[in-house]
Design a protein around this ligand. Sequence first.
Ligand code: SF4
Length: 429
Amino acid sequence: MSDSKSRLDNLLKGKKIIIWGARMVGQGFSRYCSSNNLDTLCFIDSDPSLQNQTIKGLKVFSPNDVGRFISSFPKEELLIVIAVSIKSSEIISTLKNFSLDHLEFITYSDYSNIFFTIDVVGACNLRCASCAHSIPDHGVPMNIMSFENVKKVLNKIKNDAPLCTHVALYSWGEPFLHPKLDQIIELFHQSNIAVALSTNLSHENFDKILKPLKKNPENLKVSLSGYYDQAYDNTHSGGDITLVKSNLYKLRYFIDKYKLSTHVDINYHLYRDNNGKNLEKMQNLADELNFGLSTVHALVMPLERVFNHCDGVSDRQTEDLSKNLLVTIDEGIQASSEKPLPQGVCPFRENQLNINADLTVPVCCLVFNRNHLVSNNYLDTSLQDINLNKSNSDICSKCMKLKLPEYNMGFNKEGWKSFAMQKTSSDVS
Ligand code: SF4
């Protein structure tokens, strides 16, 4: 047993555990608790789209509402485990605001401090305006990671991070294009590792979705940007929202039919042309199907395009996209800069490890081209060398100076909202 695991298990034993963070890290930790017969009470999450939902059999409370639920338990038996990937310090600083600072708490990332993303498919069936895959002739290999390589990657992950409890099987690509996605999910579950997937859900052949879905992945994010054709087509090029909506209905049907516990989150990208009637209708659909709906102000990806913008190098695609953004690149940077990270700190670099379909490792999930690699092959590079190469990466100091980690984390949501409110909606139905 690893040292971290035994230290963690000692703290958890005999406690009634409250998991703060109902997204992937929390869901992975919840799986860990179930398999170790630990006593979990509920989730806490400040995201309204998760509150009052039941995930993995546990109710999600808002930080304000949890007090009443836990008041009947002796406080010395309670333990809050903060299970998030990049915002734990923010949560710790708010415990007092919710009168929860009298409870014992620990941070899961103190025991498992590295979170893995494996882009099992380096290609996509769509060409969304804000995504790297829309860049013509981008020159990045569009491989699919072989099942054999996935197995090897998993073995190395278990060695590099024995307490790994979840992985995301996507970064830039569409994982449902992988012909063996069902087997990959099964493989990770056999090692007791929870799985997160993301999809555009614009697939005519629902079998591509159904086979992996039947393996009960923990989390499925469905990314879209509109309820009606026109708004959706403007930013999800190549997709079909009618097909996506019919697949959302099928998801609900099959989740119920097979009694699956997959949590579905509709991730709605907000633009000027979809933030009115389109959003309202999609929220109604999410409510009808009992799926969560989270909104995010669309931003420009990948990091290379934002660098070009900051350097005054414009490209037609970014300019066109910017006209539809509720928060422009400059406004997003300005808003997020008001909540700066400590100097020299970037959570994308410190606790994330991305593995591309061709096994290369970029410095972080935000860069797309192969100019900023920290390993040419994850399987052949020690974790120590990867971390060393990350800390020596030439783009990070410029990126931090420009406050791009903060921009990509969407820090200072109120600031973003206030910029968005200044824009006239051009919602199209
Ligand atoms: S500083 Fe920028 S480039 Fe470096 S890891 Fe962070 S987000 Fe990525």
